[in-house]
Design a protein around this ligand. Structure first.
Ligand code: ADP
Ligand code: FBP
Ligand code: MG
Length: 491
């Protein structure tokens, strides 16, 4: 696996503390590249548009809540079509690859890159790389055109296939060079974007006119800087079905308990949003909020109380929650997947068994517990309508960026405006639920579950750090310690 080097940040300072954190451009290392008029202005579909192109000086602010004396702060380059492009349509030979875990919307992004290239820029050579990064050097490619991808957005998964591991910088760039590819679209999560940064650096090192564009994918919504990742809404919506089922089961029987395990290795966003959306959940457990089982304020006590009050309850648990307990009780082996991500133990099964054992020992309440594990069901589905629209914008932003000669960037909405973001900004940290933020308080007040934080800890926390009035960038992020490390947030 390649290592990301130390490429210089492209920072530009302006008035009143304005900083543009720019993305690389092909002309940074290949001067005097010829430019061409953007073919979009001759496109009949766009003839009604008042302004075909975004202003070259348009930037998107990372901070939107500011005070009158605040500096203007960090900005990113606004995404969108440019007046000049650095590729002629006939010259472009693009490829698309999907890597890492599945996520609703992958096929929509593929479709819209292909259609964007064909319909907006008249590009007709687009290759699909089969099976993730290793597909560059060990698998066949697939010719893509609007006909082939016409209805793929209605299917879950990725028509290109995906994989973990297999990132070999030299072999990948050799393959790009040998095939004459000059635009590379890379769809994937934090690992994939790190891999994309390595590919970009090697391409730059070899001085190739090849644009590398990343499209961030993470069902866990744990990529920083961008507002939200595609597929997340769809996953939260699908999770409602599992929660409903758990609720129906629990409600229908005396002292029924429904336990639902949802995805979220290091970030509990799916569990938190699914809980907030559902209103049927009594307790939501996430990796960022350590919990305990026994004693005053513990989970067992809360379950007993809820069963007495309501006769049933639903618990949602993110897969990364409580891993501390599991590693202690199960002598965890430090197993990893092919990409180096730590393999987690099944916390849903574990907690279900612990609850059953506890109440069996207690002889007070006979509980009926049903465990539902919809993990892969929430990601192996097609994206919903809003994710489909979102995927379209991501794909088109990537295509406009590559055609305009930008390279080594990823795309995504920042405060609702699509922007070009340097790779390092989305791979250096991981987005997490901040349990001292108002959103987690909303969740606690909707479930009325214990916070599992002792009054002493709260006082300690307040002494250390006053919670900000509004979260500024990075405050809901943690350094990326995801590889083979336990990253349960300390409070
Ligand atoms: N630090 C890294 N450098 C280069 N490639 C990486 C790095 N981390 C992961 N990759 C590659 O990125 C791909 C996807 O990574 P993975 O962690 O499985 O999924 P995700 O992209 O969803 O985080 C894999 O092919 C993996 O080999
Ligand atoms: O079983 P797999 O394919 O390794 O994937 C499972 C993991 O992928 C994840 O969805 C994270 O992937 P992304 O955030 O990159 O989409 C985890 O929540 C989950 O544990
Ligand atoms: Mg990842």
């Amino acid at each position: 696996m390649g290592q990301s080097g130390d490429l210089q940040m492209k920072l530009e300072n302006g008035n009143a503390g304005f900083v543009l954190e720019d993305v690389p451009h092909l002309t940074d290392y290949i001067p005097d590249l010829p430019t061409y008029p953007n073919p979009l202005q001759f496109n009949p579909a766009y003839s009604v548009v008042k302004q075909y192109f975004v202003n070259v000086d348009d930037t998107v602010s990372q901070q939107i809540v500011v005070h009158k004396d605040s500096p203007r702060g960090r900005h990113f380059r606004r995404a969108g079509p440019r007046q000049k492009v650095y590729f002629e349509s006939e010259e472009v030979h693009a490829c698309i690859v999907t890597c890492g875990g599945l996520c609703p919307g992958l096929n929509t992004v593929i479709r819209e890159i292909v259609c964007g290239l064909y319909h907006m820029y008249g590009v007709t050579k687009v290759l699909g790389i089969d099976g993730g990064y290793r597909g560059f050097y060990s698998k066949n490619t697939i010719d893509l055109n609007p006909k082939v991808v016409n209805d793929i957005h209605k299917r879950g998964g990725t028509i290109l296939g995906t994989s973990r591991g297999g990132h070999d910088k030299s072999k990948i760039v050799d393959s790009i060079q040998d095939r004459g590819i000059n635009q590379v679209y890379i769809i994937g999560g934090d690992g994939t974007q790190k891999g994309a940064a390595v590919i970009y650096e090697e391409i730059r090192h070899r001085g190739l006119k090849v644009a590398v564009a990343g499209i961030p994918k993470t069902i866990d919504n744990d990529i920083p800087v961008i507002d939200k990742s595609f597929g997340f809404d769809t996953a939260v919506e699908e999770a409602q079905r599992a929660i409903n089922a758990a609720h129906v089961e629990a409600e229908s029987i005396e002292n029924g308990i429904g336990v639902v395990k949802l995805m979220g290795r290091h970030s509990g966003f799916i569990a938190m949003y699914a809980t907030l959306a559902s209103r049927d959940v009594d307790c939501c457990l996430i990796p960022e909020s350590p919990f305990y089982l026994e004693g005053e304020g513990g989970l067992y006590q809360f379950i007993e109380k809820r069963l007495k009050e309501n006769g049933h309850m639903v618990i949602v648990i993110a897969e990364g929650a409580g891993q501390d307990f599991l590693s202690k009780s199960l002598q965890s082996m430090n197993q990893q997947d092919a990409s180096g991500n730590k393999l987690l133990q099944d916390v849903g099964l574990w907690i279900s068994q612990k609850i059953k054992d506890h109440f069996a020992r207690l002889h007070k309440i006979a509980i009926n517990l049903k465990y539902i594990d919809p993990t892969y069901m929430i990601r192996a589905i097609p994206s919903n309508a809003s994710d489909n629209v979102y995927c379209t914008l991501l794909a088109q932003s990537a295509v406009h960026g590559a055609m305009a000669g930008y390279s080594g960037f990823t795309v995504g909405p920042v405060n609702s405006r699509h922007a070009y973001i340097p790779f390092y900004r989305i791979t250096e940290k991981q987005n997490k639920v901040v349990i001292t933020d108002r959103m987690w308080a909303r969740l606690l007040s909707s479930t009325n579950q214990p916070s599992f934080i002792s009054p002493k800890q709260v006082t300690e926390f307040k002494k250390v750090k006053q919670p900000p009035a509004q979260l500024l960038d990075g405050e809901n992020c943690e350094e990326d310690k995801s590889k083979s490390e336990d990253v349960t947030t300390k409070t």
